[in-house]
Ligand binder design. Structure first.
Ligand code: SAH
Length: 219
């Protein structure tokens, strides 16, 4: 479940057997994750050096822990992992985490499900949470890509100058009646702001406006 979602740092707390033939067989193809797992004597030892600890819970306990859903959990993990180590703590297949173990967690995450049947298999819970982590990190990588590209998103003042230019042009070509603007500019602002144009894109749009103004004067 972890490896399919690009996660590979597994810490095992006091496993009954390790390594174990059955575990290795079940991990087929992902046995490297198992082989490189870090063994710990207790949860506290596993958490040494972490900044943020999020525990998983199948049932709502007495509302002692601020509760996240998997998407919020992924956001938090991603933000925090820019600063340091983060741990997601899973419980035993039969009995989950004890309250004492959850006491070591800053947040609890619960996968929303059927209130009458809320306990997933451990591997299924790992899959869902790691999937959200991967989706969140793909999204943020894409954003980084846009920002780091050599065509950065236009600044607010560049976009503002474009809006001024747009309004001026629309008046010149009589598309916009300044006496009766009817929210046109506001609607256009919403449209262009949704697109988060880059500097090059703003240059193209302004180029079109300049040519439109020139052609209009030639008529
Ligand atoms: N009876 C236990 C169930 C354990 S299920 C309990 O009530 O906690 C085994 C592990 O899978 C849990 O410890 C947790 O890590 C994970 N898990 C199962 N269902 C989950 C859910 N709905 N939300 C978050 N984690 C869940």
């Amino acid at each position: 479940a972890m490896k399919t979602m690009c996660q590979d740092r597994l810490y095992l707390v006091r496993p009954k057997f390790f390594p174990h033939d059955e575990a290795t067989a079940r991990a087929s193809g992902a046995d490297d994750v198992l082989a490189t797992a870090t063994l710990c004597d207790g949860l506290q030892e596993a958490l040494v050096g972490t900044r943020l600890v999020i525990g998983t819970t199948a049932r709502s306990r007495s509302l002692q822990w601020p509760l996240l859903n998997p998407r919020e959990c992924a956001e938090k993990v991603l933000q925090e992992s820019l600063q340091g180590e983060v741990a997601l703590v899973f419980g035993r297949e039969r009995s989950g985490l004890t309250n004492a173990e959850l006491d070591l967690c800053h947040y609890a995450v619960q996968i929303p499900c059927n209130p009458d049947y809320s306990s997933l298999n451990l591997a299924a819970a790992v899959q869902v949470l790691c999937y959200e982590l991967m989706m969140a990190s793909n999204a943020s990588e894409q954003q980084l890509y846009i920002h780091e590209d050599d065509d950065p998103v236009a600044s607010a003042d560049q976009v503002e100058q474009f809006f001024q230019h747009l309004e001026e042009t629309l008046i010149q070509i009589s598309f916009l009646d300044p006496q009766n603007p009817k929210h046109l500019i506001r609607r256009l602002r919403r449209l262009y702001n949704r697109a988060r144009p880059t500097q090059n894109e703003i240059n193209i749009l302004r180029g079109i406006l300049t040519e439109t103004q020139r052609a209009n004067k030639l008529e």
